[in-house]
Ligand binder design. Structure first.
Ligand SMILES: C[S@@+](CC[C@H](N)C(=O)[O-])C[C@H]1O[C@@H](n2cnc3c(N)ncnc32)[C@H](O)[C@@H]1O
Length: 216
């Protein structure tokens, strides 16, 4: 089996055997190669950069992972070229790119499950997806190379959440350690961002206020 980073391995744990997956922004396609080895079935992997797909192609050849089907295109534009996809993986991107890719997700009814790992602003991702009729099914935080990554699994439907669930997350492992790190990160930002950007600064201060509230 191909060896994955801890972050990608934990993302793979949220994929069930029955899921028909499109990995948007696959880059190296290592996750999809791993899944195709694990479950011996087809995985779609897309990227908008030809250069990324060239690397993915080399990896597919190296690991004889012919079940990984590559597609070139922007976000959901490749969905119609992929048969019966019901699960999307989007990982290793910032919240702005992710929400842009998912801007029309409400109308893509064939998609029942999303596995998301955003490099920033997981709070905004939760808010966006709850507004678009998904609920948070499960979440965990993974610590690798001195960074905390939140991995979330969303499914279609509605559920009620507390302010803490949306601001921090529903994960139960390493909550305090994650909060400490986030507060530190935000304080560094507050030291860098000039005073004239008061709205940006206000949002960060507000975020820290909530994070402190949920620190036990
Ligand atoms: C940092 S890599 C993450 C790779 C992999 N998903 C991971 O988690 O390790 C982000 C990839 O997303 C791709 N990407 C960014 N925006 C995209 C979009 N709108 N549609 C498809 N791919 C996109 C980039 O080209 C890049 O290869």
């Amino acid at each position: 089996m191909i060896k994955l980073s801890l972050r990608l391995k934990e993302i793979s744990e949220y994929i069930d055997e029955k899921d028909v997956v499109l990995d948007i922004g696959c880059d190296h396609a290592l996750l999809d190669i791993f899944l195709s080895q694990k479950y011996k079935k087809r995985y779609y992997a897309s990227d908008l950069r030809e250069s990324a797909l060239e690397m993915a192609k080399k990896n597919i050849q190296k690991y004889s992972a012919e079940n990984v089907i590559l597609k070139c295109g922007n976000g959901l534009s490749v969905l119609d070229e992929c048969e019966k996809v019901d699960t999307l993986v989007i990982s290793g991107m910032g919240y702005y790119t992710i929400t842009k890719i998912l801007s029309n997700i409400k109308n893509k009814k064939s998609i029942k499950k999303l596995v998301i790992q955003s490099n920033s602003n997981t709070y905004e991702i939760r808010k966006f997806l709850l507004k678009n009729d998904f609920f948070i099914d499960k979440e965990k935080v993974v610590f690798e190379k001195n960074i905390y990554y939140i991995i979330s699994c969303f499914k279609r439907g509605k559920k009620k959440y507390t302010k803490k669930d949306i601001t921090v997350g529903i994960f139960t492992n390493d909550v305090n350690k994650y909060i400490e790190k986030e507060i530190k990160k935000n304080n560094i930002l507050l030291n860098i961002i000039p005073k004239k950007h008061f709205i940006k600064r206000y949002k960060i201060k507000n975020k820290n206020k909530y994070l402190k509230k949920f620190y036990k």
